[in-house]
Design a protein around this ligand. Structure first.
Ligand code: NAP
Length: 268
């Protein structure tokens, strides 16, 4: 299965690196194309995969094509790709808000997988949701999944509505966690901890809590009750959050991202 990644920026390069390091593909089967001369020069120095500066040299021989350019570049790119694609190729789009229908029309192809990755893919801890057009077979979908999993975990979703919804949870989600971390870092600094100690206190707290959550079947609510005793310090903090309606504000934020993802899809 010859695989081509188009657009070697944050996401495209992350996927290319993940795939290059997996047992799924050997170097001969992984191609990367970008239009930026700087990017091409840097990748050639890196020497992790074969880098192409012309689509004619790589696109026709690809079985699977990952598209990882910014959504506003997709129309120009599709125009350029269209004369070189064929109906057996599978197109995996990582582009936020670009619908399967738009990709099928833009390229005049049928087999499309739309995926929503997230930033921790860069450290192999990403989560990608994905869905497909009906022309993609089960075997083909399994191959796509195996490649997506080289950057972390993936979940298959029934339709594109869930891709927009997962944008509000996991796609934009790392930023919510950083927002929370930022507030805790600011509080730690205000209490007098050094920058470094604040970082250790906050990052270990997040990492430790996630590890506990993952190792057991207990709900976050049960864990909160385990940490918070009546009249104690944690209860004071949780009561303060409840009084300020933080729980609903976080849900509203996730919905704001979801709504914006739907809106962006409709704009294009
Ligand atoms: N970053 C994230 O956390 C994240 C999360 C979820 C989804 N995504 C999706 O992933 C996609 C890529 O995002 P990104 O952050 O990786 O973008 P990026 O860093 O800007 O990377 C895109 C790369 O593609 C190149 N490019 C643009 N037009 C091209 C063309 N016609 N042919 C070949 N290469 C082309 C760009 O070159 P120039 O810089 O010269 O234009 C750049 O090197 C986006 O559609 C985004 O919605 C990203």
């Amino acid at each position: 299965m010859k695989t081509l990644v188009i657009g070697a920026g944050n996401m495209g390069l992350t996927y290319a690196e993940g795939m290059a390091q997996s047992a799924m593909l050997n170097r001969r089967n992984l191609m990367v194309f970008d239009k930026s001369a700087d990017v091409i020069a840097r990748l050639r120095d890196l020497d992790h995969f074969d880098v192409y500066e012309s689509l004619e040299d790589c696109l026709p021989q690809a079985d699977m094509v990952f598209v990882a350019v910014k959504p506003y570049h997709c129309e120009d790119l599709f125009e350029e790709m269209k004369p070189m694609v064929n109906k057996e190729q599978i197109f995996v789009s990582l582009m936020a808000g670009v619908t399967i229908g738009k990709i099928q029309d833009g390229l005049n192809v049928k087999k499309v997988v739309r995926a929503m990755p997230n930033l921790p893919a860069q450290v192999g801890k990403g989560v990608t949701s994905y869905t497909e057009s009906k022309e993609v077979s089960r075997v083909e979908l399994l191959m796509v999944r195996n490649l997506l999993d080289t950057t972390g975990e993936s979940i298959h979703v029934e339709n594109e509505n869930y891709i927009d919804a997962s944008t509000g949870i996991s796609g934009s989600g790392p930023a919510y966690v950083f927002y929370f971390m930022n507030s805790m870092l600011e509080a730690a600094r205000k209490m007098g901890f050094s920058k470094n100690d604040s970082k250790v206190l906050v990052s270990q707290t997040f990492e430790g809590a996630v590890e506990l959550f993952n190792r057991n079947d207990l709900s976050p609510g049960t864990w909160m009750d385990r940490v918070a005793s009546k009249g104690g310090t944690t209860r004071a903090a949780l009561d303060s959050m409840d009084d300020n309606n933080v729980k609903d504000l976080i849900k509203d934020a996730a919905y704001a991202a979801f709504d914006r993802a739907v809106e962006l899809g409709e704009e294009k």
